[in-house]
Design a protein around this ligand. Sequence first.
Ligand code: UT7
Length: 323
Amino acid sequence: MIRSVITGCGSYLPSRIMKNADFEGMIDTNDEWIAQRTGIRERRIAAEGETTADLGEKAARAAMAAAGVTVDDLDMIILATSTPNNTFPATAVEIQNRLGMHHGAAFDSQAVCSGFIFALTTADQYIRTGFAKRILVIGAETFSRILDWTDRTTCVLFGDGAGAVIIEAMEGRGDSSDRGILTAHLRSDGAHKDKLYVDGGPSTTGTVGHLRMEGREVFRHAVGMITDVIEAAYAATGLTSADLDWFVPHQANRRIIDASAKKLDIAPEKVVVTVDRHGNTSAASIPLALCEAVADGRIKTGDLVMLEAMGGGFTWGSILLRW
Ligand code: UT7
């Protein structure tokens, strides 16, 4: 059985750090409220002129170096983003060109904060059907460009960044001892659109728009949706939280992460957390967290890793993989 195995990952964060205290004086907020309600202490903000393609390209180059591959080895690039450089062409194609790749295919995938889970699952389908052998999957965002910097209920929550992985086809036995993606579960429900959306777009206002969110409503749904897709992964594989080595959740709010881990009986020491330093980087948050835990030696070959995300749409999903 063909499995999609992650053979390298890389990430990139803009150099400018914005601390919670930096909002004081701009809007009616304070470090204590942000830290207590979200766990966020600081986030990165892209420099003027620094784009999603810039961040994504740097993460992609780092992932390729980690996997020991060049563009000649790639069949496809999938970029998860809700903050593309342009309405079209896809920012993935721009990154493809910058990397000097002129074969294969590149396209963007849009599922907001669940974007990386959707993109990686898409890549897994291409690999397992034999359509592609090696795919670069990127999550890159510049959410700072779509924030309303006068709205204290949203602008303190998000940050910019990028993470990327190389996945490639490897032969497995077909059981849960295989390396690679063991199971993936995707969900969406457009009935929740008005709880988290951007109030502009090419076909409506003709403008880019700003992020709008009913935070409490999103929070209310988050833990149940996360639990749903993780339990689906357990049902599909016969594995349980006790088998997990690492839990790498989307990083929106420390309270959502802790509540999900508690409900699923995942031990706190297995949870990878970056929200304190990155804020919510949407589609970039999972590869950023994953790469950090790989780089510092926590995630090792053979470890069982659960990825999950929930976000605008609503969209939500999980991927269970063996590193
Ligand atoms: O990636 C997926 C998408 N996003 C999420 O998953 C986010 C989900 N939601 C959340 O993380 C939380 O709901 C928030 C962090 C957004 C808000 O936390 P909360 O505990 O749900 O607070 P709340 O919205 O119930 O607001 C409590 C109070 C309100 O004041 P009143 O109405 O009680 O007087 C807010 O106006 O806190 C106020 N508030 C603030 N105060 C200081 C809201 N934002 C701020 C702020 N600073 N930045």
